[in-house]
Design a binder for this molecule. Structure first.
Ligand SMILES: *[C@@H]1O[C@H](CO)[C@@H](O)[C@H](O)[C@H]1NC(C)=O
Ligand SMILES: *[C@@H]1O[C@H](CO)[C@@H](O)[C@H](O)[C@H]1NC(C)=O
Ligand SMILES: *[C@@H]1O[C@H](CO)[C@@H](O)[C@H](O)[C@H]1NC(C)=O
Ligand SMILES: [Zn+2]
Length: 443
């Protein structure tokens, strides 16, 4: 009898140890990092992202966390994976944590490590992979933060919803854009969205309340063709170059504001020439003694919502592509909105302060609200009138999105999980009614 009791005791002790071990294993730093590596190892690079492998992985993570799962395909083979952690009060609006599953292509030869191996450099602890910053880190950090919150028995009051969306890197038209227009999305009654931000080399995390709109401009010049030896007015090349010079001066004026610290990168109009096309081809290159009758140039222009678009258009018509100089122009893409689209960061938006305070509570600091220099899926949510905050918790990190040797340090990644744990806790416990809460009560 005594023997049996002690054996039982011993057995149960061993069992308890094993349980402890397994639970501590699934939350130990090395397991957390290996789950991140596993996600990074799935090749979701455009133009042929392996979405089915990413979906399987996310669903398996969700199952291990007991989250509700849903897969939506607005376009075949472009799945959105939706996960839900239901809150206690269904009348309050939900929190949406968005991330995209695709990544940009790589030039593998320019990398130290293979971009889809997710190798860790032993010395620095840096994890090298395409998507380490943009933005598989964020998608996994949301999940790890939920794992921690569940581990301590936390229960959200608001629904916490995670969306893993496809195709952000090619414009998001078959992903986030269709999502925000769907009934599924309406039913979620989202009150606030978190989406991607940018790494920051300094100590502060960057936060974004708006983004610049892309205007992809092509200007074309025509002129009289002629002998390469003849000087005359009104050639296509001369007409084009006058415009190029004028655009360059404007570019300098904007860049000087950034260099001088007067404005942040997202607050100015950026203009970059992306192609020049002219000349008469010959078998050995171009005909050298002929002035061509056509010439064109392309520019990637990014417009902050704070800029007066009408005056920029005027400048375009009068200085950059005047018809008096035989010039025409067209836009390959031109995103405009009736009124400037941005998320408020004053007291009218309680989510902003909640985020700042939650980051502080996790021993981080948030920088000044910024305009994102490029485009993200956040714009689709903002256009619907929802507050959307761009935030990727990566401080002390060089900005390497879309670059060779993209990496994130593993300690920084782990710290980001604590930051999200604090944010998700604060957001999902927030009980004050918001505008969207009222609309849900009416449903
Ligand atoms: C996608 O990933 C899965 C799982 O790793 C693999 O079996 C499959 O071959 C991949 N598909 C393509 C097209 O590479
Ligand atoms: C416009 O192009 C025509 C030929 O297409 C040329 O004769 C004329 O000189 C050009 N004018 C200017 C201002 O470039
Ligand atoms: C808080 O952050 C500071 C600065 O990054 C760091 O030195 C300190 O160790 C952190 N403390 C905790 C408890 O994480
Ligand atoms: Zn991204």
């Amino acid at each position: 009898m005594a023997m049996k009791t002690s054996t039982l005791l011993l057995l149960s002790l061993i069992l308890a140890q094993l349980l402890l071990l397994s639970s501590s294993t699934s939350t130990s730093s090395s397991t957390i990092i290996s789950r991140f590596q596993e996600y990074l190892q799935i090749n979701t690079a455009q133009p042929n992202p392996n979405y089915s492998a990413a979906t399987d992985f996310i669903i398996s993570q969700a199952k291990s966390l007991n989250l509700e799962t849903q897969i939506i395909e607005f376009v075949k083979n472009k799945p959105l994976v939706i996960l839900k952690w239901p809150g206690k009060n269904p009348f309050l609006s939900s929190i949406l944590l968005n991330s995209h599953t695709d990544v940009v292509p790589v030039e593998p030869k320019k990398w130290f490590f293979s971009p889809f191996d997710a190798n860790i450099d032993d010395l620095s602890g840096n994890i090298y992979a395409r998507g380490a910053q943009d933005m598989k880190c964020v998608g996994m950090q949301y999940l790890e933060a939920i794992r921690k919150l569940k581990g301590v028995g936390f229960q959200p009051i608001r629904d916490v919803i995670l969306s893993f969306v496809p195709d952000e890197e090619i414009g998001g038209h078959d992903g986030a854009e269709k999502f925000v227009g769907s009934d599924d999305f309406l039913k979620m009654n989202v009150g606030v969205v978190l989406d991607e931000g940018l790494a920051s080399p300094g100590e502060e995390y960057r936060v974004f309340y708006a983004e610049r709109s892309p205007w992809w401009l092509v200007i074309k010049a025509v002129g009289a063709p002629g002998h390469g030896a003849k000087l005359y007015d009104g050639t296509a090349m001369e007409n084009l170059l006058k415009s190029v010079e004028s655009i360059r001066r404007f570019r300098d004026s904007q860049f000087d504001l950034v260099k001088g610290g007067v404005k942040a990168e997202g607050d100015v109009v950026s203009v970059n020439m992306v192609f020049l096309k002219a000349g008469t081809p010959s078998p050995t290159g171009f005909v050298m003694n002929l002035q061509p009758s056509e010439a064109q140039a392309g520019f990637d222009i990014r417009i902050p919502p704070t800029v007066d678009q009408a005056s920029l258009e005027k400048r375009l018509a009068e200085e950059w592509a005047p018809s008096s100089r035989n010039m025409t122009y067209e836009f390959k893409q031109k995103v405009t909105t009736e009124k400037p689209i941005f998320t408020a960061y004053d007291s009218s938006n309680p989510w902003w302060k909640l985020l700042e305070d939650a980051v502080k509570a996790a021993n981080g600091t948030v920088g000044k609200p910024e305009i994102f220099p490029a485009s993200t899926d956040a714009r689709y949510f903002r256009v619907r009138g929802l507050p959307a905050i761009g935030f990727s918790p990566m401080a002390r990190t060089p900005i390497l999105l879309h670059d060779h040797n993209e990496f994130l340090n593993q300690d920084e990644y782990l710290k980001g999980i604590d930051i999200y744990e604090s944010i998700i806790k604060a957001y999902s416990s927030y009980e004050e009614p918001t505008r969207d809460d009222e609309s849900r009560a009416e449903l």
